[in-house]
Design a protein around this ligand. Structure first.
Ligand code: ZN
Length: 210
């Protein structure tokens, strides 16, 4: 069992690393501020291991992994693609915030919501709805974060190709190890999650048609 002082030192050390990635955030100066910050971390998903991935991504179509996946249907299993429809595809995120973290994107390399036709927007939302439902059944998720990051400053790792994040959540999934250790435990492999997803989708009669 750590003493409070030891605990505080560990938090300061690891949170300094996080602050280095986000210089606009000021370091806390007192124990009460530290307590507040820890509470915020526990409420929000915090994934510093993704910074290397985000920094390595370009913005052009040639660097775009969603376009690469979109154009390689034969490799869907290898690429952890879950569904592909007429205008969209759904794929497991290889750098997940949580188990089952899925991306749903138009097949075309388009960046902004206003670039998307009504047909693409409708299919994108339908796939988002269905992916959420299947993940809930497959992984017994208790909640979800669903959203779109537009622009690098908003956290978009791939700003040139719009995509919806569907992130399953469970009570207590942001735990001591996650917050303090730069370690996120992803308990099931992407292969196993894909298998569970497709089995649940079949049971629910859901798929990419339409
Ligand atoms: Zn693209």
């Amino acid at each position: 069992m750590l003493s409070f002082t030891e605990y505080t030192e560990i938090v300061k050390k690891h949170c300094s690393r996080a602050v280095a990635h986000q210089p606009s955030i000021e370091l806390w100066q007192s124990t009460s501020e530290l307590t507040t910050t820890m509470t915020d971390f526990q409420k929000n998903i915090w994934a510093p291991w993704r910074m290397e991935y985000i920094a390595g991504l370009g913005e052009g179509k040639d660097d775009c992994f969603l376009c690469r996946l979109s154009e390689s249907p034969r490799d869907d299993e290898k690429n952890h693609v879950l569904w592909r429809g007429a205008r969209t595809l759904a794929v497991l995120n290889r750098f997940p915030y949580s188990n089952g973290h899925t991306l749903i994107a138009p097949t075309a390399h388009l960046a902004e919501p206003e670039d998307l036709s009504d047909e693409v927007l409708l299919e994108l939302m339908q796939r988002t709805r269905d992916v959420k439902r299947v993940l809930q059944a497959a992984l017994q998720a208790q909640g979800f974060n669903i959203g779109i990051n537009l622009g690098r400053c908003a956290g978009a790792g791939l700003p040139g190709h719009l995509h919806v994040h569907v992130v399953p959540r469970w009570g207590g999934d942001t735990n001591f190890i996650t917050v303090l250790g730069d370690v996120k435990v992803i308990p099931q492999s992407l292969v196993e999650v894909r298998r569970l997803f497709l089995a649940s989708a079949e049971q629910l009669g859901l798929g990419p048609a339409g």
